[in-house]
Design a protein around this ligand. Structure first.
Ligand code: TTP
Ligand code: MG
Length: 386
């Protein structure tokens, strides 16, 4: 069956987070990495804004070179915790679209949207929505490539950067690849490149003309691989990490709010969604955390660890509300709240083997019954009176 794969990669990720949090940096060259110490610094550039790239600055470059090329850039150290936070928020949005995700790095992932794009009708509309959600909730831009195979999706996202969206449909792959330099293919390193240079082969389309037997003679086993890739054949599937580490839901208010009642209602709703998703995956967690974003983009999390792991909405909501109330101070205005359960000690399935009686108790039956109703009639159909 043909797959529809999306490759998402955030634009100038570390630098974009810094520009988001300090608007005075917007539109300016920003370099993230070691301290340049007036050109004498050691170490390298982690990344830089697109404005700095115009001067030839790039990732992994010695910071002294960057300083020589662009002394007037704003130089900032790497703030790992901050980027991790943004990354977690982005991934949690992605998981709202599909569970079929292969995270590649802090700012990059493959999504297999074959089974999920129908909700927004087309792959393109789905990815547009993903970009919008990231923009709205995390205030950052992403680029997404869509294709039937991973390699082509990745090339497409690279080519449409920044803030791009590019779809290569099944019948368009050869045409799409043909004019690109062969180094775009996975597995073409400097050595392979040299051989092709000597043969006068520069573009993927030219490589695709070479008969398979000749490529195998030149490169052995990897000749077959090059042949396949140049024809857009790539069997690699999106490899989904089955080890779910947390379940969370968030809500962004249409306008920043200071209404405590309204926020409690939202926390209840989010707790119900989290509880339901945990039960769907037969998981229980020990740690409950809430996320709070105030007016502007200052974000806080507060966490609590239960004595026993749980997936009950009563436990989750009660604690979420308590954590929120502890945090709340008069005149605060809230942009977003989120509820997360993590720290899954072991699968619920396992403990149900040993605690059959417990898992058959009334509370669980009630939850299961509510899930059936919600699966049928939607999330809004039933609520607990609390
Ligand atoms: P990339 O996605 O490679 O780069 P980027 O997001 O900064 O820019 P682009 O728009 O081209 O995607 O890497 C993601 C983050 O990883 C990047 O912001 C910083 C970090 N990184 C390093 O620290 N060192 C490196 O050599 C690279 C390549 C990235
Ligand atoms: Mg990136």
């Amino acid at each position: 069956m043909p797959h529809t794969i999306a490759h998402i990669d955030m634009d100038a990720f570390f630098a974009a987070v810094e520009q988001r949090d300090d608007p005075s940096l917007k539109g300016k060259p920003v370099v993230i990495g070691s301290d340049p110490k007036g050109g004498k610094g050691r170490g390298v550039v982690s990344t830089c804004s697109y404005e700095a790239r115009k001067f030839g600055v790039h990732s992994a470059q010695p910071i002294s070179t960057a300083y020589r090329l662009c002394p007037h850039a704003v130089y900032l150290p790497v703030d790992g915790a901050k980027y991790k936070q943004a990354s977690d928020e982005i991934f949690s949005i992605l998981y709202d679209f599909t569970p079929d995700i292969e995270p590649i790095s802090i700012d990059e992932a493959f999504l297999d949207i074959t089974g999920s794009y129908h909700f927004y009708k087309t792959p393109y509309a789905t990815c547009q929505k993903i970009k919008e959600e990231i923009q709205k909730k995390v205030n950052l831009t992403a680029s997404i490539g869509i294709a039937p195979v991973k390699m082509v999706a990745k090339i497409a996202s690279d080519l449409c950067k920044p803030d791009g969206l590019l779809e290569v449909k099944p019948g368009e792959i050869l045409e799409f690849l043909a004019p690109l330099p062969i180094r775009r293919l996975w597995g073409v390193g400097p050595k392979t490149q040299q051989v092709f240079d000597a043969m006068g082969i520069r573009k993927i389309g030219e490589l695709a003309q070479i008969p398979l037997a000749k490529l195998v003679k030149l490169f052995g086993e990897s000749g077959k691989h090059l042949y396949d890739l140049s024809h857009g054949i790539d069997e690699r599937q999106v490899s989904v990490d089955e080890d779910v580490r947390s379940v969370s839901h968030e809500h962004t208010f249409d306008t920043d709010t200071g209404q405590v009642d309204e926020i409690h209602d939202v926390l209840l709703h989010l707790s119900e969604k989290v509880s339901r998703r945990l039960r769907k995956y037969e998981l229980k967690g020990k740690t409950l955390s809430i996320k709070i974003r105030l007016k502007g983009f200052k974000t806080y999390t507060r966490a609590f660890t239960f004595p026993e792991k749980t997936n009950y909405v009563d436990d989750i909501y009660k604690k979420a509300k308590e954590l929120f109330d502890e945090f709340y101070k008069k005149d605060m205005k809230f942009r977003l709240v989120g509820v997360r359960v993590s720290n899954f000690e072991d699968l619920y399935v396992h403990d149900s083997l040993f605690e059959e009686e417990k898992s058959n108790n009334r509370v669980e039956k009630l939850h299961k019954a509510m899930d059936v109703i919600k699966d049928k009639f939607g999330e809004e159909s039933i609520h607990r009176g609390m």
